[in-house]
Design a protein around this ligand. Structure first.
Ligand code: SF4
Ligand code: SF4
Length: 95
């Protein structure tokens, strides 16, 4: 199955590699394989696969990751799926 991508370059995910200790927790907890490890530190491999769930930032003990979870179009798509309603991020001009 093809991986679900969201709109390109809109995710709020940020990684500060200078803080990374290479524990690999973000690689393990991310459901979309966004992270990898290069030269003993995390790297973002597939930014546009991020659904802003927040699991990586929550579990990074080095506070090297930030992401605004529960906001934006990714959250809107997920809420639509969970509620069985039309997906909406509530950012349309008439909302
Ligand atoms: S969880 Fe944090 S410290 Fe661990 S590899 Fe990922 S970014 Fe680095
Ligand atoms: S917010 Fe969720 S989907 Fe995005 S990189 Fe972190 S764990 Fe992966």
């Amino acid at each position: 199955m093809q991986a679900l991508k969201y709109l390109p370059e809109v995710v709020t995910l940020e990684l500060d590699r200078s803080k990374c200790e290479g524990c690999q927790t973000c690689v393990i907890v991310c459901p979309h394989a966004v992270f990898g490890i290069e030269n003993k530190r995390a790297v973002i491999l597939h930014r546009d696969l991020c659904m802003e769930c927040g699991a990586c930032a929550l579990n990074c003990q080095s506070e090297a990751i930030s992401v605004r979870s529960g906001v934006g179009c990714a959250a809107g798509i997920l809420n639509g799926i969970l509620r069985g309603t039309e997906s909406s991020c509530e950012c349309s001009p008439d909302s």
